[in-house]
Design a protein around this ligand. Sequence first.
Ligand SMILES: Cc1ncc(COP(=O)(O)O)c(C=O)c1O
Length: 382
Amino acid sequence: MMSFGALIHGHAHPRLVAVVSEAMAQGSHFAAATSAEVEAAERFRSMVPSAEVVRFTNTGSEATMLALRLARAHTGRASFLKFEGHYHGWYDPFLLNAHGHPPEQLGLLENPARIPDSEGIPSATFDDVVLAPWNNIAVLERIMQKHGHELAAVITEPIMANMGCIPPREGYLQRLRELTRDYGVLLILDEVVTGFRYAPGGCQEYYGIQPDISTFGKALGAGFPVGAVAGPRSILDRMRWSDHMVLHYGTFNGHRLTMKVVAANLDLLSRSDTYRNLHTVGDEAIAGLREVFRRRNIKAIVQGFGPMFQIYFTERDAIHDYRDYCAYADTARYSQFVHLLLERGIYMTPSNGLHWIISTAHTKADVAALIEAADHACAHLK
Ligand SMILES: Cc1ncc(COP(=O)(O)O)c(C=O)c1O
């Protein structure tokens, strides 16, 4: 679980414990910007290619909320496009179709049924939301033709991480980038899950995509509550104090203790072998699990690569999008599987909609224990 992906170095990394203890003795938080915030921002900028400027928030939800406000202010447009099955935090307008539902409730591919994820949201909140299926270029082109000129932003996860783990099809993110540029729409890349996990610069580096705005959280704080919005000065400078500013307040933004942790965390992540190791350990776990399912003759696939993946119990050879997940992932079997893993001391989310996380603390010995536990679970699956 690794705290939903926050614990990129596992629990209680000695360097982070020392940094927090020392910083706490000097005072946890001040009203003004601190040198700790500057140190964190400098390291962030050196790692994330699109981060000319970065602004810190306390959570990923606050980061996506701010990103959307900036995009709306910058373009002067109100509408935005979100994809089925993508989760961007719990801010009202993002809460459409972020949960799985029976396939018969999903409506047409090009005109999906709009299913709010929460009570308590006025329906007018969704008037400015265009909902689209993900990972399908042809449908995206048609939806952009119809709505492109009215959109402030398209927001997307680079790898879909809230219906398990669904990588983009070859060329999908690149085409999305082209289309958003063509229509003068800002691309918000939500790297709250993928940031500082797949590569120093997240998926934008891994896939070579230049977003207009990107959002971060989770691994950035190594267990501390933080989020971030990154992008060019021309967009983020709109937050500068003036009569026409984009407002971003918050008592705890740039919290000094957290900023100290962020700076130390990014130093740890910048060590030369970090990402090679994360990928190697993750790929070994994936290969080992696949082999167990093959040997035990269990119909299951392991999707994803390196530091993040998910198991789907399915007859299909891939889950490509939200609709595949809703129709073909046997979530009850998955739940049974992870409860059996618990008997061997492996704690994994019982939700098939989340994913497995590799941290820098995981080793080949942990992979061996996982494979042994998976074999036990497969032997007892009903
Ligand atoms: C892709 C994505 N964006 C945003 C968020 C919201 O982050 P937080 O839980 O820190 O508010 C999440 C949380 O899981 C997420 O998965």
